[in-house]
Design a protein around this ligand. Structure first.
Ligand code: 5GP
Length: 114
């Protein structure tokens, strides 16, 4: 796997503003927020994207989605709602080749995305 910016964050080589850390995943503030709340949830396991996740990763993925809802709740998004999205590959707009869920909220989000 490529030595991505997220691998460096996981290794402590680059700082991040963490809002959650456990044995399977971490969550931190996006450096270029696209909404008042923009948190990234990433696995410690070096999966390049959702597309390469295997059946055996099901528990990890479920856990990460639960953490998405947990950090969204902690950020005060439960009442008004929010969006969880993962970009995959070039057409999906993925810039960092390490699986991550974006948790976006704090404003009304348009649909469809661009
Ligand atoms: P993607 O386009 O791959 O779905 O999303 C990558 C996200 O990572 C972008 O929202 C971008 O702002 C964020 N990002 C890129 N580099 C860094 C960094 O060094 N620190 C943090 N916290 N976020 C980053």
């Amino acid at each position: 796997m490529a030595d991505t910016i997220f691998a460096k964050i996981l290794a402590g080589e680059i700082p991040a503003d963490f809002v959650h850390q456990d044995e399977l995943c971490v969550a931190f503030q996006d450096i270029a927020p696209q909404a008042p709340v923009h948190i990234l949830v990433i696995p410690r396991k070096p999966l390049t994207s959702l597309h390469v996740a295997a059946q055996e990763d099901g528990e990890l993925l479920g856990h990460m989605l639960r953490i998405c809802s947990k950090v969204a709740g902690s950020a005060g998004l439960a009442e008004d709602g929010y969006r969880v999205v993962t970009n995959i590959g070039e057409d999906g707009g993925q810039a960092v080749e390490h699986l991550h869920f974006h948790v976006l909220g704090g404003r009304s989000l348009t649909w469809p995305p661009g």
